[in-house]
Unconditional design. Structure first.
Length: 132
């Protein structure tokens, strides 16, 4: 099986409990988020770069096409297998999606994190959801 065809149904993310490590307090929140998904700093930087390219291309109305992978390899200076491994992790995390052969930012990540937070707050801690 080729890396680009690998299953992308789940991924691992580092969760930190201290308030000082909140992503929203970071000087570079996108990088901090990538460091929670990717073990290596270099891969995290490439993932952030790819995510920014997807975001910018989507905002300009000219999303990156899936079949433009060769250009992405050159721009990110990464091998094909490394690119697809990184891309699959972003897909698995719900940060990006593929729609009509184009990469787009996705809200799946936010929905999953919100669902987990609401469940923990309401069911495990027995608190009113409105107080979250």
């Amino acid at each position: 099986m080729k890396v680009k065809d690998a299953r992308r149904t789940a991924t691992t993310m580092i969760v930190r409990s201290s308030s000082g490590s909140r992503i929203s307090l970071s000087m570079d929140p996108f990088y901090e988020l990538m460091r929670r998904l990717f073990k290596g700093e270099e891969t995290a930087l490439r993932a952030k770069d790819f995510l920014m390219k997807v975001k910018e291309a989507q905002l300009t109305g000219d999303p990156i096409k899936v079949d433009e992978w060769r250009e992405m390899l050159d721009e990110l200076k990464v091998s094909r297998s490394s690119f697809y491994s990184m891309r699959n992790k972003l897909l698995s995390a719900g940060l990006i999606d593929i729609s009509r052969g184009e990469y787009r930012l996705s809200g799946k990540f936010s929905k999953d994190m919100t669902d987990m937070a609401r469940w923990w707050w309401g069911v495990a801690l027995k608190k009113e959801i409105e107080s979250l």
